[in-house]
Design a protein around this ligand. Structure first.
Ligand SMILES: Cc1cc2nc3c(=O)[nH]c(=O)nc-3n(C[C@H](O)[C@H](O)[C@H](O)COP(=O)(O)OP(=O)(O)OC[C@H]3O[C@@H](n4cnc5c(N)ncnc54)[C@H](O)[C@@H]3O)c2cc1C
Length: 581
């Protein structure tokens, strides 16, 4: 095949039109950079950020006056099992205070207190009411506002571009290669600077809170092939409350907002079972504890008719539920015709967030490749062993802006690096070879992989299951090489499935190998064969691909917070004693 390549050139290319990518584009423009192009494999306004429900953290102290950024750092670090990068935690907690006001000024309609300040609710694992919210559709409100701001600034945007390879040589970025799957043409975009804002990887699991076509681990695939380091790939957050039925809604998120508004969990015997797992914090315990509690109740057989546990908010008045949880009312009405004002919800754990990802410079988001940045859920560092609810939206806003500022300072001094045509030729051949398979059905392979990951690397892990997962993964990898797909690049869903599958396989291998290596339990990483948290495992696991394509793991010291934060942590430990998480 002698396919045509459509070529573009830009100073700054942002891959990903979610919250992090758009916030970065806005900052660049406001700093005077005009030659910016934002691309995504979905449509503008459709990125996964729109799914976020419960809220975004900023230690404003509007509801609880004692709150401040130091408490926010403390909660972030303790929730992370002390695996979070201290610098990254400090940056997000300090910057969110002005950044949330800026979001409001841009037009995000945050719910307000009676005296006109941004209202804040309490999320699990947080000492204070700190999570700012727009009902239960915070992500949608933020993304819509950012889209309007991008359009107001006339920032260029291309939709339906699937990036399959980063173009980098000798440690410097020169652009990307990919496929415009609507027109069916290959695309090469030359850029002085590339920002990866490509999201997470929870869709390697059967039950996940994102939809089927996002969070397929593209960030991980692109980073591994470019020789970048990944961190903490074993650390995946399972949210306690995903929908259980009907099948098409399985895994869909039920916001933590339901529990923070007073919702409680019961099993088939009517027991409020959190009493057994965390009698002090009950339903507002940390996400990992509540997810495991739900998992164990289900495994014991104390289940609802469709195999979950109950979540009940019916003791709140209908008016209150209308005001605070409108999206949940609509979601349960649409799927299953359940009225949450009068009926209980059936819930079970769902894969929700990838704490692992690309290693970045904390202050800027830059990677080890010159001119290549990574921001948002594609990166690692802020959340360590477990993410605080509301900290991810904070992360995408803070690093969108930090990266934008840094790039604006540097881009004028950067020269366009010549694209290595050999890499482009190899990538075209690689994609064309995908059409030579004769056997397996890619959709079946994807389902098998997702089942494998759910069964062998899910909420509760052990050595035997993880080893079995790796053996089965090797078989799926071989079968994928011979996946049968129809020819043609235009709107070819089978081709997209294989491209996704390659990323999902690479990501799953990193998760399985890292989870096998971490012989302890910490945060969301729960090994039933190594129940204790171990001092010698207070390290980050670095994962990279060697020249032969093998995944290699090394340990790295966790970056500590500043002296100011350490002093604060010592003070509160002396005052309140040891923390639970
Ligand atoms: C149901 C749900 C509820 C949530 N609720 C909250 C909450 O209340 N509070 C909170 O803090 N966090 C929440 N989160 C997490 C949060 O929404 C995400 O972590 C965050 O929005 C990620 O933003 P992002 O910009 O990094 O990536 P995304 O919004 O996922 O955007 C990724 C972009 O990259 C593009 N892309 C991906 N791969 C490619 C490729 N190969 N080529 C080209 N483009 C590509 C996509 O098209 C998309 O435009 C929630 C998550 C879910 C699933």
């Amino acid at each position: 095949m002698n396919e045509k390549i459509t070529e573009y050139q830009t100073d700054v290319l942002i891959v990903g039109s979610g919250g992090s990518g758009l916030r970065c584009a806005i900052e660049l423009c406001d700093q005077g950079i005009k030659d910016i192009l934002v691309i995504g494999k979905c449509k503008l306004g459709e990125a996964h950020t729109k799914e976020a429900e419960g809220g975004i953290n900023a230690a404003l102290g509007n509801v609880d006056k004692e709150d401040n950024w130091l408490w926010h750092v403390k909660d972030t670090l303790s929730e992370s099992g002390y695996l979070a990068n201290g610098k990254q935690a400090e940056l997000v907690c300090k910057n969110m205070i002005p950044d949330i006001q800026e979001l409001q000024t841009m037009g995000v309609p945050f719910n307000q207190t009676k005296n006109g300040k941004i209202n804040q609710r309490q999320f699990g694992g947080q000492t204070f009411n700190r999570t700012c919210f727009v009902g239960d559709y915070t992500g949608k409100a933020i993304l819509e506002t950012l889209v309007k701001q991008v359009q107001k600034r006339k920032i260029k945007n291309l939709e339906n571009i699937y990036v399959t390879q980063l173009l980098a040589s000798k440690g410097k970025i020169s652009g990307i290669f990919g496929l415009d799957f609507e027109s069916g043409q290959f695309v090469q975009i030359q850029a002085k600077i590339v920002v990866l804002a490509t999201g997470g990887y929870t869709r390697v699991y059967k039950t996940a809170s994102s939809d089927q076509f996002v969070n397929t681990g593209d960030s991980i695939w692109l980073a591994l092939n470019a020789g970048l380091e990944l961190k903490d790939m074993e650390l995946v957050q399972f949210h306690p409350t995903g929908m259980v039925w009907p099948e098409e809604a399985q895994g869909k998120l039920i916001t933590e907002g339901v529990r923070s508004e007073g919702g409680y969990l019961t099993n088939s015997k009517g027991e409020r079972f959190m009493q057994k797992y965390d009698s002090e914090r009950m339903e507002l315990s940390t996400r990992d504890r509540v997810a495991r509690a739900n998992f164990f109740e289900i495994r014991t057989g104390n289940t609802t008719p469709h195999g979950g546990v109950w979540l009940d908010i019916t003791h709140r008045t209908p008016e209150y539920i209308d005001e605070r949880l409108p999206k949940m009312i609509q979601q349960f009405k649409q799927y299953g015709n359940v009225d949450i004002k009068t009926e209980k919800m059936e819930v079970a754990p769902t894969a929700h967030y990838s704490m692992g990802g690309i290693v970045i410079q904390p202050e800027t988001g830059e990677t080890k490749i010159k001119g290549l940045y990574a921001i948002g859920e594609a990166t690692a560092g802020l959340h360590g062993g477990n993410r605080l609810g509301g900290n991810s939206l904070a992360e995408i806003i803070v690093w969108g802006k930090l990266a934008g500022k840094d790039i604006a300072k540097k881009v004028k001094k950067f020269k366009q690096i010549k694209v290595n045509s050999k890499i482009v030729q190899n990538e075209i051949e690689r994609i064309q070879n995908l059409f030579s398979g004769t056997k397996s059905n890619p959709v079946v392979l994807r389902t098998e992989l997702q089942k494998l990951m759910w069964n062998h690397a899910g909420v509760v892990k052990n050595e035997k299951d993880l080893q079995k997962g790796l053996t089965e993964l090797a078989i799926l990898k071989e079968l994928t090489k011979n996946a049968k797909i129809k020819t043609g690049l235009k709107n070819n869903l089978e081709l997209i499935t294989v491209l996704d599958l390659e990323a999902q396989l690479a990501t799953s291998e990193c998760i399985l190998k890292s989870a096998l290596a971490r012989k302890e339990s910490r945060g969301a990483h729960y090994r039933e064969d190594f129940l204790k948290t171990k001092k010698e495992w207070l390290v980050n696991l670095i994962c990279r691909q060697d020249l032969k394509g093998k995944i290699k793991l090394t340990k790295k010291k966790v970056v500590k917070p500043s002296a100011e934060v350490l002093k604060f942590l010592k003070k509160i430990k002396e005052k309140y004693g040891e923390w639970k998480n």
